[in-house]
Design a protein around this ligand. Structure first.
Ligand code: COA
Length: 323
């Protein structure tokens, strides 16, 4: 008998502090009108100074564990997708494991920027299907505001902080029907933080580790990659686009989301959108949107949900899920 993974519960957490477009008008030369018309974003949440990625991940994880009706002690795999880990090491997943009061099961981070949650789901699904895990906690968590230059209007208006999580459980019935991942490292410099531990560490020491991007190129790539991968996912499952109940795309920009929906011919009323209130929360954006759709009753048991992400690297991925 085959083993599959199913989503047993979802959760999310957003920091309390809201930064509106009006607040940004006070900080940089921008306007609410520019931000809304170019990105669809009205506001975003920003972590408090003493609030770290692991804190956000913990709140989202506990909420997903509760909704799955399980306990931390029953989790036998923890994967955190993040670009903004608390520390260089240990991984945020190990820090979270300690917070959850459990030990022994493998815990590690994956780094695929805004596609990170898709990479993490893919890995967790393979652990479960091969029998290496039975109940996985998969989280996307970011304090992306820490790598944003709040004087750079081209970037700072687009991002926010948050965390989303799912519990995946082994099941005889397929929940995750397929996963698809891609990367193209040739474009690494179009969307990046050009400093790290091994390179340009001096800039980190003086607090200059900031995200940079070629907005236009990233926009074009994101639309193409995220609409092509919808076709790839449908073909792999011999499914028609009309069988998709919900599309949960990475929430970077409403114009990207609308262009993807149009190319993929998925009507807007089947697309979960949170970018207006969350901004781009990188690896957290897809699980945050998924949790919102589940909790407000739009996404129901048995629905076919296509989740997808695109990020720096470039990296992109999708998963087709039967809820
Ligand atoms: N407020 C006001 N003006 C701004 C601005 C801001 N926050 N940010 C940039 N501008 C200016 C620029 O300086 C530029 O001015 P110039 O033409 O005088 O040089 C102009 O606005 C650019 O405008 P436009 O070309 O119309 O922008 P756009 O339609 O390409 O939108 C982005 C810009 C960044 C919103 C869009 O390209 C985008 O969303 N790209 C993808 C980014 C992304 O999602 N990254 C993460 C992916 S995971």
């Amino acid at each position: 008998m085959n083993t599959y993974s199913r989503i047993a519960g979802t959760g999310s957490y957003l920091p309390e502090r809201v930064i509106t477009n009006a607040d940004l008008e006070e900080m940089v030369d921008t306007s609410d009108e520019w931000i809304r018309s170019r990105s669809g974003i009205r506001e975003r949440r920003i972590a408090a100074e003493d609030e770290f990625t692991c804190d956000l991940a913990e709140r989202a994880a506990l909420s997903a564990i509760e909704s799955a009706g399980t306990t931390p002690g029953d989790i036998d795999l923890i994967i955190v997708a993040t670009t903004t880990p608390d520390l260089v090491f240990p991984s945020t997943a190990c820090l979270l494991q300690e917070r959850l009061g459990v030990a022994g099961a493998p815990a590690f981070d994956v780094q695929a920027v805004c596609a990170g949650f898709l990479f993490a789901i893919d890995v967790a699904d393979k652990f479960i299907r091969t029998g290496s895990a039975t109940r996985a906690l998969v989280i996307g968590a970011e304090t992306f505001s820490r790598i944003v230059d709040w004087t750079d209007r081209r970037v700072c208006v687009l991002f926010g902080d948050g965390a989303g999580a799912v519990v995946l459980e082994a099941d005889e019935r397929p929940g995750i029907l397929s996963t698809h991942l891609h990367s193209d490292g040739r474009y690494n410099d179009l969307l990046c933080v050009p400093v790290g531990v091994s390179r340009n560490f001096d800039k980190i020491k003086v607090g200059e580790a900031f995200a940079t991007m070629d907005g236009g190129e990233v926009f074009r790539w994101a639309v193409t990659a995220m609409s092509d991968i919808i076709d790839e996912t449908l073909v792999a499952n011999s499914m028609d686009r009309t069988q998709i109940d919900w599309l949960v795309p990475h929430q970077a920009n409403i114009r990207i989301i609308n262009a993807v929906g149009k190319r993929a011919r998925i009507p807007g009323e089947k697309v979960i959108v949170t970018v207006d209130r969350h901004g781009n929360t990188s690896a957290a954006s897809v699980p945050l949107a998924l949790d919102e759709g589940v909790r407000d009753g739009r996404i129901r048991q048995g629905d076919h949900v296509l989740i997808e992400g695109f990020g720096g690297g470039f990296t992109w991925g999708s998963a087709l899920i039967r809820m």
